[in-house]
Design a protein around this ligand. Structure first.
Ligand SMILES: Nc1nc2c(ncn2[C@@H]2O[C@H](COP(=O)(O)OP(=O)(O)OP(=O)(O)O)[C@@H](O)[C@H]2O)c(=O)[nH]1
Ligand SMILES: [Mg+2]
Length: 282
């Protein structure tokens, strides 16, 4: 998978205002109460819905099925051996962490192969606004075949920063989405850091689709990205933990499964286009 960060001038200007929202809990957070008192209010309010708004099977079987599906995944288009997915999102959103976390799920232990960072400047150096890709750039493919193209774009946003991202980011997303849609590429989104906005989810990731704050934040992410919430999935990347967790793996692998559905749509669209052009040519 490839990844890129937005770090254009406007966003840099707005960076000092970007700070984690921390535990912002709707009405409860607005009341000026002491932490102990606060805790009991959370208990009373019960920030978890009784039933999940999306169903996930949190079983070892489900994890195995997902792992098998992803490992043996093959694009349905001839001549294409791999799905090429581009991750796009602000600095520190968790793009590298997502790649690392999925690799960890497959390797059976937590690893950091994708160079996860911890700074306000972009840690991943592959793309840089100062050195944009040009036709002279090494590796630039002038006439890309289907196998060389990006088959799906995944926007990555940090749940704990949704409310503090600058307005300019929404415009950037809109411009990117228009351009990517013109290329016929489907787009989905990952909402990372869900553990940072919901203590119940941090404790037990199986609560993620019962969490009202996660639900609300997915709606906000939809508004920020100009995207229907059905394209957005929450994830918790491995960050400080040393051991894998079956349910964290299931959510990560479900996100990959979600992405692959839209990769498949791209291949279907392109096979259809090819056969239509063949028909009209005949
Ligand atoms: N708690 C928590 N921390 C996360 C999560 N995802 C990423 N992080 C942390 O957020 C920080 C930034 O993550 P990266 O994966 O380096 O972000 P990035 O999008 O690749 O950033 P750049 O390459 O700099 O653009 C790291 O300290 C990660 O450990 C998550 O889901 N939960
Ligand atoms: Mg990175």
């Amino acid at each position: 998978m490839e990844q890129s960060s937005f770090s254009h001038a406007e966003e840099k200007k707005a960076l000092p205002y970007l700070k984690p929202a921390g535990f912002a809990f709707g009405t409860a957070a607005k009341t000026a109460v002491q932490p102990e008192e606060n805790k009991s209010i959370f208990k009373e309010l019960s920030l978890l819905q009784a039933s999940p708004w999306r169903e996930v099977e949190w079983s070892e079987d489900r994890k195995d099925t997902l792992m098998e599906y992803i490992s043996f995944y093959k694009p349905s288009c001839e001549g294409v051996s791999q799905a090429r997915v581009l991750l796009l999102g602000p600095v520190g959103a968790g793009k590298s962490s997502f790649i690392s976390s999925v690799q960890s799920a497959f390797s059976g232990r937590v690893t950091n192969r994708a160079m996860v960072g911890n700074s306000s400047a972009s840690f991943t150096k592959k793309f840089s606004p100062e050195q944009p890709v040009r036709s002279e750039t090494v590796g630039y493919v002038k006439k890309p075949l289907l196998k060389d193209k990006v088959h799906c774009v995944v926007f990555v946003v940090d749940a704990s920063k949704i409310s503090t991202y600058p307005k300019s980011l929404s415009d950037t997303f809109q411009q990117l989405r228009d351009h990517i849609s013109d290329l016929g590429v489907h787009q989905v989104a990952l909402l990372t850091h869900v553990d940072k906005i919901c203590p119940d989810t941090a404790r037990d990731i199986t609560q993620v689709y019962k969490s009202m704050i996660v639900h609300q934040t997915i709606n906000k992410a939809g508004a920020l990205l100009g995207m229907s919430t059905s394209y957005i999935v929450p994830v918790k990347n491995y960050s400080s933990e040393l051991d894998l967790n079956k349910n964290t793996d299931i959510l990560l692998l479900s996100a990959v499964d979600h992405i692959l559905q839209y990769v498949d749509l791209y291949f279907q669209d392109n096979v259809a286009t090819e056969s239509v052009s063949t028909l009209s040519w005949k």
